[in-house]
Design a protein around this ligand. Structure first.
Ligand code: PLP
Length: 366
């Protein structure tokens, strides 16, 4: 049996430290925000090479508040990709702004930078590139276009903790970076969590207020805010786990290296790590035209797989009001039909990669 992710194996390795950190929060009773959250904000933003970090309750809230801090609302347009988790688009919807999609580059699964300028209007205010699967979007052209058109760039780095673009950490490249600490992410809380990273002190001030009811100080509400605070227990757990993130990322990269090597001449298309990137393999996705058959055959052998994501956002019923039809974004639609995510976690060993690859090689030769 090879699971898709293995959170139990990870907990086993850090059990004593995590238990002590949680116990400490129980003793100090700093259950929401507090000193553990403040310390984690410092440590995680430093890890991203950004000056400020604002902890929030989810990655979705991080995106939502980043957009609000940039002044985005009704009448504005935000450019992003349809091949992403629905939360990227939901965060734009929450602000009242309109989502405008561009297709992905089929090789990287990230924003096709050549498509951006064609959809910019006088209402366009921001671009949200998604560092899908743990590989940075091609940021230089995106930042150059944004600069020329005076647009804010908000990185959706929810799958890309520690990923790099030309040697620089994601979360420090655009105006703001947004992270999720959902349990299954590369850095996962024991519950929910998120963070905005930025070098901008104004955005920092605004997001700090918005996450806690828009208060300048207690009961002095200067903005219409939210209850999007990060919990103390999550801050404490995340501080422990952050110390292991590099080691875990190297474990993922090593497993990806095994898959790449073992699948090299089998005809199974494997993901490409671009020259500009340090890919952190939140997801290792292959492509196949016979996905449901392959998924079923692997499952019968005890190999769990996932699909990220089976329906691009422009074809989801929830967002049909955006007005895009089938055929609008052929690369996103083809990827949605073909991608299959293999087991991927830091503790995944060579032998398990061999087992998965052998099963795939058999399927590819049928
Ligand atoms: C997980 C994820 C989010 C949302 O994060 P939550 O913490 O689940 O709210 C947003 N965008 C992408 C690309 C994600 O993978």
């Amino acid at each position: 049996m090879i699971p898709f992710v293995d959170l139990k194996a990870q907990y086993k390795g850090i059990k004593d430290e995590v238990n002590a950190a949680i116990q400490n929060v129980l003793e100090t009773c700093q259950f929401t925000l507090g000193s553990e959250v403040a310390a984690f904000e410092q440590e995680f933003s430093a890890y991203c090479n950004a000056q400020h970090g604002i902890g929030v309750n989810t990655g979705t809230s991080a995106l939502h508040l980043a957009l609000l801090a940039a002044g985005i609302g009704p009448g504005d347009e935000v450019i992003t990709v349809p091949f992403t988790f629905v939360a990227t688009v939901a965060s734009i919807y929450y602000t009242g702004a309109k989502t405008v999609f561009v297709d992905i580059d089929p090789q990287t699964f990230t924003m096709d930078v050549k498509a951006i300028e064609g959809v910019i209007t006088e209402r366009t205010k921001a671009i949200i590139p998604v560092h899908l699967y743990g590989q940075s979007a091609d940021m230089d052209p995106i930042l150059e276009i944004a600069k020329r058109h005076n647009l804010v760039v908000i990185e959706d780095a929810c799958q890309a903790h520690g990923a790099e673009y030309k040697g620089k950490r994601v979360g420090s490249l655009g105006d703001m970076g947004c992270f999720s600490f959902y349990p299954g992410k590369n850095l996962g809380a024991y519950g929910e969590g998120g963070m905005v990273t930025t070098n901008n002190p104004e955005y920092t001030r605004t997001i700090r207020m918005l996450r806690d009811w828009g208060a300048e100080k207690k009961y002095h509400h200067v903005l219409k805010g939210y209850n999007f605070r990060l919990e103390g227990i999550q801050g404490a757990v995340l501080r422990v786990k952050l110390k292991y993130l590099e080691e875990w990322t190297e474990g993922r990269r090593k497993a990806a290296g095994h898959y790449n090597e073992l699948l090299a001449d089998t005809g199974v298309p494997t993901p490409k790590e671009m020259d500009y990137a340090r890919h952190v393999y939140h997801v290792y996705a292959i492509r196949t035209k016979s996905r449901s058959e392959w998924q079923e055959a692997l499952n019968a052998k005890g190999i769990q797989t996932g699909i990220h994501y089976p329906i691009p956002v422009h074809l989801l019923p929830a967002y049909s009001d955006l007005g895009y039809a089938k055929g609008c974004f052929p690369h996103a639609e083809q990827a949605a039909n073909e991608v299959l995510s293999l087991p991927m976690f830091a503790e995944l060993g060579r032998m398990q990669c061999e087992e998965v690859s052998a099963a795939l090689t058999m399927l590819a030769n049928q």
